[in-house]
Design a protein around this ligand. Structure first.
Ligand SMILES: Cc1cc2nc3c(=O)[nH]c(=O)nc-3n(C[C@H](O)[C@H](O)[C@H](O)COP(=O)(O)OP(=O)(O)OC[C@H]3O[C@@H](n4cnc5c(N)ncnc54)[C@H](O)[C@@H]3O)c2cc1C
Length: 181
């Protein structure tokens, strides 16, 4: 049972999860601040007593690049659901979901997502199927967090191809990224 066994990545993921909570939720908090506890703790494993090994800490710096990406992962995935998957892209989408369930930089979230994937195998037969599947699993996560459920019949309206007549979505302005400096 993986939840009770020792996961060699656990110290990395715990470090990254704590780091991301610090950055995103309470940058000024002390180490015992209650705001730094995980929002949702689905893991049954007891907290690791051993301090992370140096090489694990080094790896956690790499993982920390991925830390502040909770909403953007959904944004990216919804983006990837907009084109019709064919051949290897179907396999890639499935693999991508499993990679996210392994690398997502919050152990509780990753463990939960593995369970979600087991109960709801990825459906990527077509663009419509994949976006509906994605909407459904996002709602499973929403429900587990006590968030409102998104009406999946509105996925295309929310995420569909932008209609930008007369180049109204083009970038505008000066090439200087900080013109008022
Ligand atoms: C794979 C995965 C697993 C996660 N597991 C956890 C977890 O276990 N615990 C935890 O605390 N956090 C988890 N998160 C993070 C969590 O889902 C949110 O991303 C985070 O809480 C930020 O929420 P948000 O309100 O900004 O909007 P998000 O939930 O990130 O949604 C972004 C936007 O998508 C739209 N949207 C919302 N629901 C749907 C839907 N069903 N279909 C289509 N569009 C929708 C809304 O317009 C919303 O503004 C997980 C994220 C991912 C990618």
């Amino acid at each position: 049972m993986p939840l009770l066994g020792w996961n060699p990545l656990a110290p990395v993921l715990q470090t990254v999860a704590a780091f991301s909570r610090h950055i995103l939720i309470a940058p000024n908090a002390g180490p015992d601040d209650h705001r730094l506890r995980p929002l949702l703790a689905l893991s049954l494993s007891p907290p690791s007593a051993a301090p992370p090994r140096p090489e694990v800490l080094k790896a956690s710096r790499v993982f920390s690049v991925l830390a502040p990406m909770s909403p953007s992962v959904w944004f990216g995935l919804m983006g990837s659901s907009l084109t019709n998957p064919r051949g290897s892209k179907k396999r890639d989408l499935k693999e991508l979901m499993h990679i996210i369930s392994r690398l997502y930089p919050c152990k509780e979230c990753a463990d939960h997502f593995k369970e979600v994937l087991k109960a709801n195998p990825v459906q990527a037969g077509s663009q419509a199927e994949f976006s509906q599947w994605l909407c459904y699993v996002h709602n499973v996560v929403n429900r587990s967090l006590g968030k409102p459920i998104f009406p999946c019949q509105r996925v295309t309206a929310r995420w569909g191809k932008l209609d930008c007549p007369e180049r109204s979505c083009d970038l505008e302005g000066n090439i200087d990224i900080m013109p008022n400096r």
